[in-house]
Design a protein around this ligand. Sequence first.
Ligand SMILES: *Cc1c(COP(=O)(O)O)cnc(C)c1O
Length: 372
Amino acid sequence: MVDLQSQYANIQDQVDSKIAGVLKSAAFINGPEVHSFQNELENYLGVKHVIPCANGTDALQIAMMGLDLKPGDEVITADFTFAATVEVIALLQLTPVLVDVDPVDFNISIDAIKKAITPKTKAIVPVHLFGKVANMEAIMAIAKEHNLFVIEDNAQAIGATYTFKDGSKKKAGTIGHVSSTSFFPSKNLGCYGDGGAIFTNDDDLAHKIRGVVNHGMYVRYHHDVVGVNSRLDSIQAAVLNVKLPHLDTYNKARQAAAEKYNVAFINQKNIITPIVSEDRDCHVFHQYTLKVLNTDRDALANYLNENGIPCGVYYPIPLHSQKAYADERYDETDFPVTNQLVKEVISLPMHTELEDEQLAFITSKVIEFVNR
Ligand SMILES: *Cc1c(COP(=O)(O)O)cnc(C)c1O
């Protein structure tokens, strides 16, 4: 699904020498590489504070810890996402409120958010699924009206740019009150192990979060709040320092590959390709995900695998149907879109090094199968 080896080969000299530098300095934790990455990412995103941490799941949890949400507070998020999003809500003893998604861009449905708001609602967690930024303008308006926090789960859309109706632009992850991202190797900006970060423009919240990631310490050995231990290590930061300057190029390569897929699938009545909006940069294609109609999706996946083509089903089971998150509050009729998507979606190989020949082979096999 991803070709990290070819990507590494293109930056190997820089990465190897940066890592060797960390080894020589022995500044493994909180070293200069971590500080420079933090600064570079703040500049790139145009956000006041980047707080690095150990992974994207921690980042979400820590963002929520910073907001002082209380047990029983309701947090609305998408039913169609990776489990990390709902997991941290539950871990903090907040009440997850899963809602349906939009059939076109797979992101949290604005109508479903509106319907789910109660006096206990305290926050909304939009996930920019597959690299497409959610409808942040509408979400921020709802949040303002009901006095809610917005926590963007930006694990899949780093580098995407969102355009507001008035033409102003912001990077994904800098629109809500606080955001999280992941540097898991296969993400659009991936390190060579685990890593994550929290972003915010709020000085007080940033200060609070810097303590939370470090055992709740603001002054050494004074623990003012219950914290966690969550750090980005210097070796991972060194890798990210090499890769961040390439992020826009990497995302453009993904967009170009997505466009080639879309062109190849044009006129295929059993294939619904991802939306192409005027606003090209609001989608950085963490995944390239089709909906297949009148087709046994799992049989297609097997067929592709038999032909040596990797593919993935993200996600095969709605969160509201998972044992850990099932709840009698939920009614199947509240999730018509998610319940359909889990049967129809299939993600094809998507990375920065896809070649035309590979794309042609993949698309020919998909087209052959859906027209059987
Ligand atoms: C990857 C991912 C996470 C978790 O990131 P980790 O670094 O693996 O903990 C959270 N949310 C979404 C939507 C993700 O894709």
